[in-house]
Design a protein around this ligand. Sequence first.
Ligand code: TPP
Ligand code: MG
Length: 559
Amino acid sequence: MNTRHGGTILADALAGHGVRAAFGVPGESFLPVLDGLHDLKDRLQFVVCRQEGGAAYMAEAWAKLTGEPGVLFVTRGPGATNGSVGVHTAFQDSTPMLVLVGQVGNDFVEREAFQEIDYRRMYGPLTKWAAQIDRAERIPELVSHAFHTATAGRPGPVLLALPEDMLFSEAAVADVPRYRTPRAAPSAADMQELEKLLAAAQRPFVLVGGGGWTKRAIDALRAWAESAGIPVGCAFRCQDYFDNRHPNYAGDVGIGINPKLAQRVKDADLLLVIGARLGEMTTAGYTLLEVPVPKQKLVHVHAGAEELGKVYQATLPINANYEEFLLALSSVKTKREDWAKQTQAAHAEYLAWSKPIPMPGALQYGEVIAWLSRNLPEDAIVTNGAGNFASWLHRHFQYRGWQGGWRTQLAPTSGSMGYSVPAAVAAKIAAPQRTVVAVAGDGEFLMNGQEFATAVQYGAPIVVLVVNNGMYGTIRMHQEREYPARVSGTGLKNPDFAAYARAFGGHGELVERTADFAPAFQRAAASGKPAILELRIDPEAITPSATLSGLRAAALAKK
Ligand SMILES: Cc1ncc(C[n+]2csc(CCOP(=O)(O)OP(=O)(O)O)c2C)c(N)n1
Ligand SMILES: [Mg+2]
């Protein structure tokens, strides 16, 4: 057997596990890995980014989109700290990810050597597993361990630290076969009990979310919901798990929930929750379901056994992979006229809620989103980060479910800013033939706007909409509610975003009126370049249904 240096053993291990792309910013701490990747260029693309936060989001978005673990390379201390935002996002979104980080050599460890951090301690709460590879001959074993841990049960990020001396050292060690993810299946007894609970239910509601779904699970969900005539809601930022145009779709159970939908969830007598953890955003701050024993009967299906009973005691907890569960559910035949009527009403309420409401200003942003909803190709991918601008998107855009086996929505349930642009770049690299639109705020965009350079470098013609209201609007909204008329720390003076796009080698335009949007979008898409459309909206339009001065007046009246 030939000896190889650690960098080559690692690169070969990644390729052996089916990794097609890795994202990162190089560091002198992992030169042997870059060298190992050199020979694999045709199989494994290393996408060089401008900031590790952007790279980490790209790796996360790649995984969210394709279902394959995202791979991130960052250098020691500064790289590892910059990248942490994307790792946290992966953790909260249950996205499988492998973080590879440079480490000082074992000869210097524990001296606080240059850029030294103990990643096992730093990344403990942000990963499912954080370890260090101290001997090159153990790379195949520990990389295999990492892929299994990242993808099993509730998926999530894992980290391997790579001491410099280990990477340079030579070892004779064999590669291992590609990882296989174990899948828990529901028992026959689980399914019988569920059948009984369904038979007794007057007002059932299905809620889906979380990570680890597959196309077959998504298809089986749709088929079963149709045959049962049951309403389906999607958890926060998992709106593409069920085609929003489908008659069984009831809306998204997330931030800014339709009050009628919130009431429907509260009034349900049986909640069938598949994949969602039932976190703070999905439960409207733990109010839709009471902690720890909900009033509704709860059937909680989760791939991670440790998630069951964590906050909510379920009537019936089922530890299962979603594909296995939904395939089993497809043989549970239930169809009820009384359910079908509620489903119709739920969908009608959703449709009414999703209609844009006129807002102050010459640019009707709600109409812009509705136009995109009607005109984007069926398999378009839409990304966003955190900010009030996203409420219009989530409310007025009809997500079309998964297309071609992949997601069409990429957004962080961690509510993190700066996600929209890098996620769009990763999506466009993964699916060059698809239209990819990033919806950003003026604040949100500039948290990772530098990755627009990565889009230009890799010929990834995304279209970025920068919704410019001249402020960190979300925080201003909260500020006006809590401390009306005391504006503090929320204003922004912005650059010329269209000129920014052109300076990077892209296409840029400013849009100030509703009618100008469609032609501008078409020009941007036809330019063949990464593009930015700055949408200048009236700062009065603080949410899809409220004005800033209205919020202020209401808050002052209460004082
Ligand atoms: C990384 C990160 N930093 C800070 C916040 C807190 N935060 C949430 S929304 C928001 C403002 C977003 O501003 P912008 O992108 O302009 O969108 P707008 O709310 O104005 O529509 C801030 C600062 C966050 N969620 N994530
Ligand atoms: Mg803003």
